[in-house]
Design a protein around this ligand. Structure first.
Ligand code: HEC
Ligand code: HEC
Length: 183
């Protein structure tokens, strides 16, 4: 490899390696960019609309997003509507089945759910089947900075009244621009 040709070959090989290393670094950068983009989109909670759900499940409270609870939780809730947090929210079978299907399809633990919804589901112990969003580790973590006296304000009748603070909670909007904690 002492001939000029050998040296040129080594240079060429070095160049190829350099290009390969640079290419690799570039792809790392772009994949982390893509990842943060995906995460930004993933900040949303799974949301979808269903007329029957809106008609039957948003008269007493805001329409809770399906992507806040895993499928097993929705099934538990839908399986005992007669004893629904002290209310009788029972439905005719066709409506009950349609809503259950809608909730299951958009539940937090679906592979098709948003990154954030899947995170919410993952934070719940597999042995737990919470029927309250406010009892999920994600919700507790996000709201632990709120002082006890805030929860006692007259306009916040309960922690479940999401729309007292997140005005567009029913549409799946929870960012700080739409957050107005009542005084
Ligand atoms: C007759 C009134 C009524 C109807 C209709 C109703 N709910 Fe409720 N729901 C309640 C009450 C009351 C609570 C407890 C709210 C509280 O503690 O402030 C509740 C709480 C919930 C919670 C727990 C929220 C949390 O994190 O604390 C979920 C989930 C829920 N309802 C889902 C549904 C679904 C799904 C339907 C439709 C099939 C439905 N509700 C229809 C009265 C109703
Ligand atoms: C007393 C007002 C209040 C009520 C009621 C309330 N929240 Fe919040 N929520 C907050 C505050 C304050 C934050 C923290 C915002 C932050 O840290 O930037 C928050 C954060 C969140 C976030 C995270 C937002 C983000 O993008 O990081 C979600 C999701 C959320 N709340 C959902 C709910 C749901 C669902 C309910 C009802 C079951 C609810 N909240 C009830 C005040 C409230």
């Amino acid at each position: 490899m002492n001939s000029p040709f050998g040296l040129t070959l080594i240079r060429i090989l070095q160049m190829i390696m350099l290009v390969a290393v640079m290419g690799c670094a570039a792809s790392l950068v772009s994949s982390s960019e893509e990842r943060s983009k995906r995460l930004a989109v993933g900040k949303s909670i799974n949301f979808s609309e269903n007329k029957t759900y809106t008609a039957e499940c948003t008269s007493c409270h805001v329409g809770f997003l399906p992507g806040f609870l895993p499928e097993r939780s929705w099934n538990k809730i839908m399986g005992d509507l007669e004893n629904h947090f002290g209310e009788n929210a029972s439905l005719e079978k066709p409506e009950r089945l349609e809503i259950t299907k809608f909730l299951n399809l958009n539940a937090a633990d679906k592979p098709t759910a948003s990154v954030r919804s899947r995170k919410i589901a993952k934070m719940i112990a597999s042995t737990d089947t919470p029927i309250r969003i406010i009892e999920t580790p994600f919700w507790i973590k996000k709201h632990r900075g709120i002082k006890k006296y805030v929860w006692k304000r007259p306009k916040i009748t309960s922690k479940s009244t999401c729309d007292a603070c997140h005005r567009d909670a029913g549409k799946g909007v929870f960012d700080e621009h739409d957050l107005h904690v009542p005084k």
